[in-house]
Design a protein around this ligand. Sequence first.
Ligand code: HEC
Length: 207
Amino acid sequence: MNRIGTTLTAALLAAVSVVATADPVASAHRRDATETGGDAEAAAAAKRGIEAMSALQTRLAGRLMAEMARGGPVAAVGVCRDEAQQLTASVSAELGVEIGRTSHRLRNPLNVARPWVVPLLPAYAGRRAEDAGMRIVDLGDRVGVVKPLATQPLCLNCHGDRDAMAPEIREMIAKAYPSDEATGFALGEVRGLIWAEVPKAGLGGND
Ligand code: HEC
């Protein structure tokens, strides 16, 4: 959460403005938002999105690491394969935020990018995650947020060089995801994105 943090709202407002100005569709929405004082609403929505993304990341990493410790990477493939989608759905339901993971090189076709995320993918492909930054997009009545996920040492077990992967893992992945494109990532490279989509209106109305 490095860059954001202390001056969260100010930073978010700046980020929302920058993206909105760059995109003609979003600019039209931005005019509406400004007229109705919607910038604060957009910043609050973006903040909720960022919190939800952190919650999902923490939960997935927690399950992944627990399973790695218990049964090693072979057992952990099962967690990703069988639990990732379910964990994502429960974070989404609990926090009232649509959320998911995607990538320019997909493993699971269920993680295909939403239309508003598709044009952002090339900006992350092949980049170092620490240089790639987060993007906030004005979607009219919603705010979209994307954040890059870095390839960490742990990830290489299942997303690194195919030849360096354990044969059992290679087999499980080939069987479950015949069109897998998510190997060959380098340490520090963007493996994919976590995204969230948050309504601007009705803040606090999900309890
Ligand atoms: C034990 C094997 C394993 C490890 C370790 C692992 N993944 Fe995955 N990953 C998978 C599998 C299997 C899927 C497809 C199932 C799913 O999550 O939807 C996947 C899917 C993904 C996706 C969703 C996009 C897509 O291509 O379908 C992202 C993003 C991702 N992984 C990032 C990471 C990152 C970042 C790490 C390290 C912190 C990591 N993974 C570690 C096995 C693994």
